[in-house]
Design a protein around this ligand. Structure first.
Ligand SMILES: NC(=O)c1ccc[n+]([C@@H]2O[C@H](COP(=O)([O-])OP(=O)(O)OC[C@H]3O[C@@H](n4cnc5c(N)ncnc54)[C@H](O)[C@@H]3O)[C@@H](O)[C@H]2O)c1
Ligand SMILES: O=C(O)[C@H](O)COP(=O)(O)O
Length: 509
């Protein structure tokens, strides 16, 4: 099963029309657009599709992924993949890809809009005008000029928020455990430990993913350390600000207002926050601009077309080994690893225990992990229906095979060794073509191209017998390699009866 073989795609959320158009015209893909499918409808239809494209509304659960028996890809036209069970997708060998930059500016602009709205209660004032009032006293605001905004999460969106709020001459400080302080200093954000952030801020905005470590990042304890009247904004994910703690802080006056685009439950059935007069709430609109939707729709479609055309793998969040299979430098090594794993599987009566992958040569210094995945895919091909470079290493663990790698540097040959069950195979590339050099102590006089259908036997070549059997079976000898122990023949098509040749095996790579 090739992961690039994507013929039918279902779009189950509302996306820009450009997405389907690019898939159809550039990828030759059949596209069904069904925004607003119910979970039950999705479950009953997904089996007909190779790809599914969603925004945040469709919940791509384990049930959906399992029902999608031919599903190879879930595309998220947007940033967060928390509506996709990525772990289950990986187990099922399904690529999950997103378009993380397409809506960053829109989300940042909305965040800034909420900061401004909170400073002057703009939506509340507009609402009171609509109600026929002229209430100038009630809506006394405060300037942003000279105030401090704390930005938690200084990735794509956090950075854009900082740059924009600096134009109001706000002081921008923040915290991010990954982005170095020197990097954020370049866009004007001074970092502090979280403990020192709270007391400095007039506004705090969160721009992290929802992780166990960010759930309840702003909680009762944090609010208690903040300035009285601090205003908070969440345009990231519901739950990063503890909703119950926020309500308590609003009721006590510790929090002076909140701008919320996202909620733990969407739409929120619990209405206390939404109805609070100091809360400005929105129905998850961060990415809802024409520009962001066009970008995300076009990007996800282009990424899928690139995959279908075998050009590149862009935006995949769960397939590091597969990513290597698209790079011209590493692609042939991946092919070699798979072919050697497949050969080892054919030579061994059963595979369990340890398989050792040994690389040598400077260019393979960091290749251990993706070559282990490639060897595993070859080892398990035929035994596992959906084995591929997305789930190779996961499957090995569950099958009781331990594939580990070691590397020898130095100026010697660049080669790959795969050993298991007492058999050692040595391979390398010849003009970028995967080749076998040795089986145990049998060293081939010239490299054996690992491609097409091969037959392999111990001993020298019974050439006459071989050509006779092949011609009777309608096949032809294409190459013959001999060594001090084994012989390998490349043939034009598989042969059903090899018994006339004595003990030998046939392998199709
Ligand atoms: N409201 C919307 O419609 C909308 C639109 C786009 C993105 N988002 C959400 O916005 C969030 C940010 O998106 P992004 O593209 O900027 O992501 P990003 O990956 O570029 O940045 C996230 C940053 O958070 C940091 N981080 C992780 N744990 C942290 C912690 N404990 N404390 C502080 N920082 C931490 C990371 O190091 C990273 O730099 C995501 O949750 C995304 O899903 C929402
Ligand atoms: O993570 C995202 O990209 C945002 O939350 C946007 O979600 P949406 O595409 O459903 O608007």
């Amino acid at each position: 099963m090739s992961l690039s073989d994507i013929r039918r795609v279902l779009i189950s959320d509302s996306l820009a029309p450009a997405c389907a158009q690019i898939l159809r015209t550039q990828g030759g893909i059949e596209v069904t657009e069904s925004p607003g499918l119910t979970h039950q409808q999705l479950l009953s239809q997904i089996q007909d599709y190779d790809g599914l494209i969603v925004r945040s509304a469709t919940k791509v659960t384990a049930e959906v992924l399992t029902a999608g028996s031919r599903l190879k890809l879930v595309g998220r036209a947007g940033t967060g993949v928390d509506n996709v069970d990525v772990e289950c997708a990986t187990k099922n060998g399904i690529i999950v890809m997103n378009t993380p930059t397409g809506n960053s500016i829109s989300a940042a602009e909305l965040t800034c809009g909420l900061v401004l709205s909170l400073s002057r209660q703009i939506p509340q004032a507009a609402e009171s005008m609509r109600a026929g009032k002229w209430d100038r006293k009630k809506f006394m605001g405060s300037e942003l000029y000279g105030k401090t905004i704390g930005i938690l999460g200084l990735g794509r969106i956090g950075k854009e928020v900082a740059i924009r709020m600096q134009s109001f001459q706000m002081r921008t400080i923040g915290y991010d455990p990954i982005i170095p302080a020197e990097v954020t200093a370049q866009f004007g954000v001074q970092q502090f430990p979280l403990e020192e952030i709270w007391e400095q801020c007039d506004y705090i905005t969160v721009h992290t993913p929802l992780l166990p470590s960010t759930t309840g990042l702003i909680n009762d304890a944090a609010f208690s350390k903040c300035k009285q009247g601090v205003k908070v904004i969440n345009c990231a994910r519901g739950g990063i600000i503890d909703e119950a703690a926020l309500l308590r802080a609003l009721q006590s006056g510790q929090c002076g207002g909140a701008g919320l685009d996202v909620f733990i439950e969407e739409p929120p059935r619990e209405r206390a926050l939404v109805e609070h007069p100091l809360v400005i709430s929105l129905p998850h609109l961060g990415a809802s601009t024409e520009e962001a939707q066009n970008r995300c729709g076009e990007e996800i479609a282009q990424q899928i077309v690139d995959l279908v055309k075998d050009r590149a793998l862009v935006g995949a969040v769960n397939a590091p080994a597969l990513f290597k299979a698209f790079s011209p430098e590493t692609k042939p090594w991946i092919q070699l690893g798979e072919a050697m794993g497949n050969l080892l599987q054919t030579l061994l009566p059963s595979i369990n225990g340890n398989v050792q992958v040994t690389t040598s040569g400077e260019i393979l210094k960091d290749a251990g992990s993706f070559l282990c995945s490639a060897v595993t895919v070859g080892l398990l091909r035929g035994n596992k229906e959906k084995i591929n470079l997305v789930n190779g290493s996961l499957f090995a663990k569950s099958t009781g095979i331990q594939v580990s790698s070691q590397h020898f540097s130095g100026a010697g040959e660049i080669r790959l060794e795969v050993s298991g069950g007492g058999i050692q195979l040595v391979g390398s590339l010849s003009d970028s073509i995967p080749c076998l050099l040795k089986i145990g102590t049998s060293e081939f006089r010239s490299p054996v191209t690992l491609h097409g259908t091969l037959i392999l036997w111990e001993g020298s070549a019974p050439l006459l017998k071989l050509t006779e059997v092949l011609s009777e079976a309608g096949s032809q000898l294409e190459m013959l390699h001999v060594s001090n122990g084994h012989s390998v023949a490349g043939i034009s098509s598989p042969v059903s009866d090899l018994s006339l040749l004595g003990p030998c095996i046939q392998i199709t790579l």
